[in-house]
Write a protein that binds this ligand. Structure first.
Ligand SMILES: [Zn+2]
Length: 785
């Protein structure tokens, strides 16, 4: 019994124990499973992350510098050619030779003193001779710094610094760092240590505008680098880490302290003897710097066109070789390029001379101007960047660099052309010249038209597109742009007409910026001249170019601008209709002053609030042209007639040498009579008619003669139209100058952000608008420039 009890107990005990241990085991099993699963998931995650990291890194393993160091060190003279006599592209003539001046003089490795090389290696990269492009010990330390939130990286070898200098990619990011590491490793595979150090010593900036040790030795010590002693080499070597801080001409003390650091490093690394160290340290205490630049024999002032070419070639080289601006500049001056400029020498000379000597700007010594002419294939024919004689190189150009609000000259390209192309409007359809609700940020309606006749703001009610454009009514343009869509207008200009360099996100949301040309930053004269190409070539936008192509010194074409395809911005027939609409601006609108006898000139004026900027952008059958005038600041122009007078004067001379030629129009464009009251094709009951231009495949309806309430239409029927249908010819219909243009100056007591709604001053040429006739207004702040 006992036994049995005991047994039973025992058994029970056993059983109890057994049950407990079984439960324990299953818990462990579950936990184990969970842990195992977690471990597996973690492992898989790590593998995935590891693989993506590896493939990310691996994807960059072939990263290399595109510049060939052997080529880079060469100093070949480059040449710039222009078309030969009679603008003959097949017989180019040399206009300019370009060679490196005092700023960069390449000196061969053998001619660089050992002290200079030792100083540089000692202070910047002491394991240079041993590593293979990357100093892993320093890299690891630098990575830790980066992870620790430091925004300086450091740890770059001389090889890496050379790469940074050639590519100018210096943002602190992991991707760039990995890229640079591979580039460094690959560079070391391709070149010897000596070649790399030679390139480094010749490329790196050494303060005060110098590049390379030879230029530095010239500037600071007035001698060649091979004649510099240890202390002088150390002074130069110390500058590289921060040229602005250590240039001895400005910060002599900083330089001395840094120079002594270099000497100490050289001494510590046993690169100089005790005696040399002592002597150099002593010398550093009283070092003198000459600061004298050698005479620059290449002191040649380029004309505005040549300067634009040099800048454009530099940008193109930077894009092609992913290199820094200084590396691209080196190529221009020393790699033996052949640059074929697209300049039209005759027009360039005409434009320069006219702006300098015509006397048109004589009444106002402060007014500035910029001019560009562009051919219908994007070729920039001429550009003048200032009213003054050009006296220096690399100066700002009012034509190609500075930006100004375009005012109403933008209306055809931001609003009427895309709306017409979409079928939203026709040549004569009625648009409301009425204020747009909630136009201004304060919720009030706008924009304002201004009439200096009535000294009041006026709207004209329903008007035809032709009237609205010819007289530059602001409300009508705003209405058309609003219906087309502000963002659509922005997209059209950016995607189809090359305005991505200047239009902003803010512009894409403000009606006044898009429809009336009150852009946040403004646009360049070149932007405008190029965009107007579409009105003379069937709607195609060619990106403007100032050079045809660039050849390297072996004769290979490295950049070619002549093969770029255009963008069909609007249809050919829309372009032709727009051309005829813009003709009416010149025949009886705001630009009668630019009419040139015997030539079909079309275009659009533009002024901005308070007449701060004044433009004319127009087309002749041979080329487009744009003129801006202003002060480059928020100041009212003494006259808004300058831009038109300059345009007319330059184009009159340009066209005088040309064979008579007309615009070529699309075969689908037809000329028809339309009813002025309804904007529809004229019917038998319409008394007030004009001629307009239409797409024969998409004609408006015919007016049924009911003019009481805005008119109504019957189905189009050729036989019932009062207007004769005829194939449009390119002959300009001259209305003999037409009536005096309606005066439209802005009433601009409106907020700056959307305030540039200015319009043309009164009668062109003869009447300068008196300042007292202007609306009083707060100065707008949104002026570009
Ligand atoms: Zn009618």
């Amino acid at each position: 019994m006992k036994k049995t009890d005991r047994d039973t107990n025992y058994i029970n005990g056993q059983m109890r124990d057994h049950t407990a241990s079984a439960t324990g085991a299953s818990v462990f099993r579950v936990i184990g499973k969970v842990l195992l699963t977690a471990a597996v998931i973690l492992l898989i995650t790590m593998i995935i992350v590891g693989i993506s990291l590896l493939s990310f890194v691996f994807s960059m393993k072939d990263e290399s510098v595109k510049i060939d160091l052997a080529e880079y060190k060469q100093t070949y003279t480059s040449y710039l050619y222009v078309n030969g006599s009679g603008d003959n592209r097949n017989q180019p003539v040399q206009k300019l030779s370009l060679h490196s001046g005092e700023q960069r003089v390449w000196v061969d490795y053998a001619k660089i003193p050992k002290a200079m090389k030792d100083a540089m290696v000692a202070i910047e990269d002491k394991r240079f001779w041993d590593h293979s492009g990357v100093d892993w010990k320093r890299t690891a330390g630098a990575m830790l710094n980066l992870v620790g939130g430091s925004n300086s990286y450091g740890g770059s070898t001389i090889t890496q610094q050379l790469i940074k200098n050639l590519t100018q990619e210096d943002e602190v990011s992991l991707t760039r760092k990995v890229k640079e590491i591979f580039r460094a490793v690959n560079l070391e595979k391709k070149y010897s240590k000596e070649q790399i150090l030679e390139a480094y010593l010749n490329c790196v900036p050494y303060g005060s505008g110098t590049q390379g040790v030879q230029a530095a030795a010239n500037l600071y010590f007035g001698k060649n680098i091979q004649d510099c002693d240890i202390a002088q080499c150390a002074a130069i070597a110390g500058i590289t880490q921060n040229p602005a801080k250590y240039t001895p001409l400005v910060h002599k003390d900083n330089n001395r302290i840094r120079q002594q650091t270099v000497l100490t490093a050289m001494h510590d690394q046993k690169l100089i003897t005790d005696a040399e160290y002592t002597q150099a340290m002593k010398e550093s205490e009283n070092m003198t710097f000459v600061g004298k630049k050698g005479s620059d024999t290449s002191n040649q002032v380029w004309d505005w066109y040549t300067e634009a070419v040099i800048r454009d070639v530099q940008t193109a080289l930077m894009n092609k070789y992913s290199c820094s601006s200084s590396a691209a500049s080196n190529m221009i001056y020393s790699s033996g390029l052949k640059i074929y400029s697209a300049e039209d020498q005759d027009l360039q000379k005409t434009a320069q001379d006219y702006i300098l000597h015509s006397g048109i700007l004589d009444d106002d010594k402060d007014v500035q101007t910029g001019f560009c002419a562009v051919g219908y294939d994007g070729r920039v024919l001429a550009t003048v960047g200032s009213r003054n004689q050009k006296t220096a190189n690399l100066v700002n150009s009012y034509a190609t660099m500075l930006k100004f609000q375009s005012g109403s000259s933008v209306k055809p390209i931001s609003t009427y052309a895309p709306a017409l192309d979409k079928g939203q409007i026709t040549y004569s359809s009625l648009v409301k010249d009425e204020k747009v609700e909630n136009y201004f940020p304060d919720g009030s309606a706008g924009p304002n038209n201004w009439s200096s006749d009535t000294q009041s703001a006026v709207c004209h009610g329903e008007v035809t597109v032709q009237e609205a454009l010819a007289h530059s009514y602001n409300c009508a343009a705003a209405q058309v742009c609003k219906a087309f869509g502000i963002t659509n207008s922005y997209n059209f200009m950016v995607q189809k007409l090359g305005f991505s360099n200047c239009l902003t996100k803010e512009d894409s949301q403000l009606l006044g910026n898009m429809s009336l040309g009150g852009q946040t930053q403004g646009v360049t004269v070149l932007n405008m001249a190029a965009a107007y190409e579409i009105f003379g070539n069937g709607g195609k936008y060619y990106q403007p170019y100032t050079f045809y192509k660039v050849l390297d010194h072996s004769g290979n074409v490295i950049i070619d601008n002549t093969t770029k395809a255009p963008v069909q911005a609007i249809s050919s027939v829309s372009a032709s209709i727009m051309n005829r609409l813009l003709r009416t601006v010149v025949t009886d609108g705001t630009a009668t002053a630019v009419n040139i006898d015997g030539w079909d000139i079309v275009g659009k004026t533009g002024t901005t609030d308070n007449d701060v900027n004044s433009w004319f952008v127009g087309c002749s059958p041979y080329a487009t042209g744009a003129v801006w005038t202003g002060y480059g600041k928020n100041k009212t122009l003494s006259s808004t007639t300058y831009s038109k007078a300059l345009w007319k004067g330059i184009f009159e001379k340009y066209l005088a040498n040309k064979t008579q030629k007309d615009f070529t129009f699309d075969g689908s464009m037809v000329k028809k009579s339309y009813c002025v009251r309804t904007g529809l094709l004229a019917g038998s009951g319409c008394a007030d008619t004009k001629d307009g231009y239409y797409d024969s495949n998409n004609l408006p309806k015919v007016c049924d003669g009911n003019h009481g309430s805005g008119g109504s239409a019957s189905e189009p029927d050729e036989s019932s139209t009062g207007g004769e249908s005829q194939q449009a010819t390119s002959q300009a219909e001259s209305n003999g100058g037409g009536e005096e243009p309606a005066s439209q100056t802005p009433q601009s007591s409106e907020p700056a952000a959307s305030s540039q709604h200015g319009e043309e001053s009164k009668a062109p040429v003869e009447s300068k608008p008196a300042a007292s006739q202007k609306p009083t207004s707060a100065p707008s702040e949104g002026n570009a420039g």
